[in-house]
Design a protein around this ligand. Structure first.
Ligand code: BTN
Length: 260
């Protein structure tokens, strides 16, 4: 992908409009975007790579990336928010990614907490939000997107054959990564503006429309242990409310969720 291909026809005001850095090979686009942000790069600067050698997901997990076939991109954001509020941006980015797949490929994409994008029970993409904080305020955020676009299932590592998918694997059609990336940036900017003006409550219905988690019995693994219960609702701050067998309610923002 070339910067001008991404920029031409991109209907955003900020994201991707203030500098695009494209690399044939990189260690991690999030790492590069963090370096650029720390050196003063403005909100909206975008980093894209054809091949990523050390892509990372949440909890520093390895992110598989097949050269030249998928989307690997990171964008710098500089919201005036406290860190806790800024962490909601991960949810709205997952929404933007799922809505992109619905718009561009007609897929029944869903969001899975905290940062997975799923199609037919398989993971098709993920978002990674990293932040730099200075005296309790966000200095900058880097929002990374990994999205499987044109990779055939056989090309995924054997260990993830049964749990990964791509647009091509689901539809049998190759799609333009540029179109997919542009649509993601447009939907992300839209959600980001709504979130900054009106708060998370204004984005919440979009997340709820894309999940099948409510009413399911789940186990959730956090740093403090494993908890089981039924997911009953999402509160106005983006926490999931889980009711256990004794009727007690607990709020969770992150943690690995598995439907039982
Ligand atoms: C996850 O599923 O845990 C999130 C995966 C996010 C991967 C993307 S690829 C672009 C950006 N650069 C990285 O090193 N990670 C994110």
């Amino acid at each position: 992908m070339l910067p001008e291909e991404i920029r031409d026809g991109l209907h955003t005001v900020i994201l991707g409009k203030r500098g695009i850095h494209c690399f044939p090979v990189i260690d991690s686009t999030n790492k590069k975007a963090k370096e650029l942000a720390a050196a003063g790069a403005v909100e909206g600067v975008l980093v894209v790579a054809e091949e990523q050698l050390q892509g990372r997901g949440r909890l520093d997990r390895y992110w598989f990336f097949s050269c030249g076939e998928n989307i690997c991109a990171s964008v710098i954001l500089r919201p005036t928010l406290i860190p806790e509020a800024a962490s909601r941006i991960m949810l709205l980015a997952a929404v933007a990614a799922a809505e992109t797949l619905i718009d561009v490929a007609g897929l029944r994409a869903t969001v899975k907490r905290p940062n997975d994008i799923m199609v037919n029970g398989r993971k098709i993409g993920g978002v990674l939000l990293e932040m730099s904080v200075e005296t309790d305020a966000v200095e900058y955020l880097v929002l990374g997107l990994g999205l499987n676009v044109n990779t055939a299932i056989q090309l995924f590592p054997t260990a993830i054959h049964h749990k990964a998918t791509s647009i091509f694997a689901e539809t049998g059609k190759h799609v333009s990564r540029v179109l997919v990336l542009r649509r993601f940036l447009e939907l992300l900017e839209d959600g980001y503006n709504i979130f900054r003006e009106c708060g998370f409550a204004a984005v919440k219905p979009r997340w709820i429309a894309l999940t099948d988690i409510f009413g399911k019995v789940v186990s959730i693994r956090t740093g403090n242990g494993i908890y089981q219960g039924i997911v009953t609702e999402m509160d106005g701050e983006g926490f999931l409310i889980i009711r256990d067998e004794q009727g007690g309610n607990r709020r969770f923002f992150s943690g690995d969720i598995a439907i039982i």
